[in-house]
Design a protein around this ligand. Structure first.
Ligand SMILES: Nc1ncnc2c1ncn2[C@@H]1O[C@H](COP(=O)(O)OP(=O)(O)O)[C@@H](O)[C@H]1O
Ligand SMILES: [Mg+2]
Length: 253
């Protein structure tokens, strides 16, 4: 299977420019990314063993925590130590986590919630149409707490999609889901990228998922980007022996 091609035709509009990025907790360095560019309209897959810093990187990309050193330049606006990103930029990025946190209310209320927080009109129309997009049109009035894991994750995706973010960060979005829901979520993500040109950073344990969805794949180990390459090159001709070991499943973690 050949890797999907980026919708921007390979044009390199940089959404994130990461330079000298370091994140430390209690003096322990968990992230150390010298340079990484994330392009507008691409699906970037990030793989790596547990504890390699993938979720930490996503939190920084969503401006939830500042870097300890270095900077993330997002659409031309710098985010560095002791800085807070402006609301305008923060609202252009949304994360969907492995375990969706849903309100104990109806499916449609959950999808409307983010719009309400932003003081935007929460018309039924867009909410219903985004629910249709994730295959939950018939469950709009069901209580979110009664959904299956896969349905709940699709509500979380719908809640993110209705905000029309320019960047969607996905942190292990299909871990622990059944193959049917994994397939559904993968096609929703793909459609979001192709039809809305949403830039997507997909963190996954599942290297096959990265291969199916990503235009480029990066390998994180001990907080460092060991290798990043177009998907086919990443899997067919990895340059670093540690990448080869990880792809082959030889890396113990
Ligand atoms: N808030 C925090 N305080 C202290 N250590 C943390 C915190 N968040 C993450 N870490 C540590 O940072 C490292 C990377 O974690 P994480 O980004 O969650 O990795 P991954 O998502 O790749 O499994 C881990 O060793 C983890 O224990
Ligand atoms: Mg994680």
């Amino acid at each position: 299977m050949s890797a999907p091609q980026p919708q921007n035709g390979g044009g390199k509009n940089v959404t994130y420019e990461i330079r000298g990025l370091v994140k430390e907790y209690q003096g322990r360095r968990v992230l150390d990314v010298e340079a990484l560019d994330i392009y507008a309209g691409e699906v970037l897959g990030l793989v790596g063993p547990s504890g390699s810093g993938k979720s930490t990187l996503l939190r920084l990309l969503n401006f939830l925590e500042p870097p300890s050193q270095g900077e993330i330049c997002f659409e031309g606006v710098a985010f560095g130590p002791d800085q807070e990103m402006q609301l305008e930029q923060r609202r252009r990025v949304t994360t969907v986590f492995q375990r969706p946190m849903l309100l104990d209310r109806s499916v449609q209320d959950n999808v409307a919630y983010g719009l309400k927080l932003r003081g935007r009109d929460h018309y039924q129309g867009p909410i219903q149409s985004v629910l249709e997009e994730v295959g939950l049109g018939a469950l709009a009035r069901q209580r979110a707490r009664t959904l299956s894991g896969g349905e709940a994750q699709r509500v979380a995706l719908a809640r993110a999609m209705v905000l029309s973010p320019s960047v969607l960060l996905l942190d292990e979005p299909t871990a622990n889901l059944d193959p049917f829901n994994v397939g559904l979520i993968e096609s929703i993500v793909q459609r979001l990228n192709t039809s809305h040109n949403t830039t997507i950073v997909l963190v996954t344990h599942n290297i096959f998922q990265a291969r199916r969805l990503a235009h480029r794949v990066g390998f994180l180990l001990d907080g460092k980007v060991i290798e990043i390459a177009p998907t086919e090159a990443f899997f067919n001709s990895p340059a670093d022996p540690r990448t080869r070991a990880f792809i082959a499943g030889d890396m113990v973690y």
